[in-house]
Design a protein around this ligand. Structure first.
Ligand SMILES: NC(=O)c1ccc[n+]([C@@H]2O[C@H](COP(=O)([O-])OP(=O)(O)OC[C@H]3O[C@@H](n4cnc5c(N)ncnc54)[C@H](OP(=O)(O)O)[C@@H]3O)[C@@H](O)[C@H]2O)c1
Length: 304
């Protein structure tokens, strides 16, 4: 049994991770806890909730000396100073306060330079991938990786940086989560789905169950200097294909609008991930079926 501190614990990805880890480990969840229902769910699952704000970086009351600091917090105000301060400086200052034995840092494949259908390994060029939709995101995520890499070496804390592709699944509250659920909301509202003209828009979606299951083996792979690994489903799926699949299952018409004001596909090489934690196990059609069914049982049930 280890003690995990999970930042961003109320988020759509980390809540599932916290639930899974709490079955076998002590879990301390850190966030501002604006969402009282999420906090109540986490506490009921045995997670100790400790409020802290990565912008202010006052960590009074945040415990120290945990086995693993797993950073899933992300600040997306699109204000440059705030987002860099929280995502980059904030995590460095938190590591300095907590002095964990290991660091798991959740990054994003949204830090790779846009490359269309090219399969990207961990050495691929970085770039401002998400600028069309979230101007501060890619740069502040790159900055946070660099801060984490530095504190790892400076404080000699074995670290793994996992670059997540498209998380999706059904959350502990039974609700559909992730970008595909957002697409369902758009379809339900009769909106066209924006797609980059460089088609098909290929990604490697990864189910929340696979995300939660692979955290401990990836933590075991932590090193100094940091190990960097793509964290993604083994199947390549086009956004167009998953939208058609979800629309068909939920009875929605699907239309696409080609635009350069959206991100393009990001598809990645998962061979390093497979070496470290094995392949993902949830087949995308099974995972998306569960998302569609959760959608229909929740917000989709009120569809017109
Ligand atoms: N979602 C995706 O499609 C996707 C794709 C690739 C990678 N990722 C990465 O996956 C990780 C989790 O993303 P997510 O989508 O699950 O995030 P999310 O749902 O937006 O959750 C963000 C979390 O950060 C916390 N947070 C926000 N501002 C904070 C602040 N000032 N101080 C402390 N905590 C703060 C939030 O809690 P409070 O508001 O309660 O503070 C929440 O728990 C991130 O590293 C993200 O970059 C996500």
């Amino acid at each position: 049994m280890s003690t995990y501190m999970i930042t961003g614990v109320t988020g759509q990805v980390a809540e599932s991770v916290a639930f899974a880890l709490a079955a076998d480990h002590d879990v301390i969840g850190v966030a501002r806890f604006g969402d009282a229902a999420a906090r109540a769910r986490l506490e009921a699952a045995g997670v100790t909730c400790v409020p802290a704000d990565l912008v202010g970086a006052d960590f009074t009351g945040v415990p120290t000396g945990v086995d693993v600091l797993a950073n899933f917090a992300v600040v997306k105000t699109q204000k440059w100073d705030l987002d860099l301060r929280a995502n980059a400086e904030g995590i460095g200052l938190l590591v300095d306060h907590v002095r964990p034995r290991r660091i798991f840092h959740c990054s994003s494949t949204g830090i790779y330079d846009p490359a269309g259908a090219k399969v990207l390994d961990e050495t691929a060029p970085l770039g401002d991938n998400h600028r069309p939709i979230m101007p501060t995101y890619s740069i502040s995520k790159i900055a946070s990786e660099e801060v984490v890499r530095t504190v790892c070496r400076m404080l000699d804390i074995p670290t793994v940086i996992a670059r997540l592709n498209v998380p999706y699944g059904v959350g502990p509250d039974g609700e559909a989560r992730g970008w595909p659920a957002f697409h369902l909301a758009m379809m339900q509202a009769g909106m066209s789905i924006p797609v980059n003209p460089d088609r098909p828009n290929l990604f490697n979606p990864i189910d929340l169950a696979d995300i939660a299951r692979t955290v401990p083996p990836l933590v075991d792979a932590a090193t100094t200097p940091a190990t960097i690994v793509n964290w993604a489903g083994v199947e390549q799926v086009a956004l167009e294909e998953w939208c058609e699949y979800l629309g068909d299952r939920c009875g929605y018409d699907v239309t696409f609008e080609e635009t350069t004001s959206t991100i393009g596909g990001v598809t990645v090489d998962v061979s390093r991930m497979i070496k470290l934690c094995g392949p993902t196990q949830v087949a995308w059609r099974d995972g998306f079926t569960a998302v569609a069914d959760a959608w229909l049982a929740g917000p989709g049930a009120t569809a017109t």
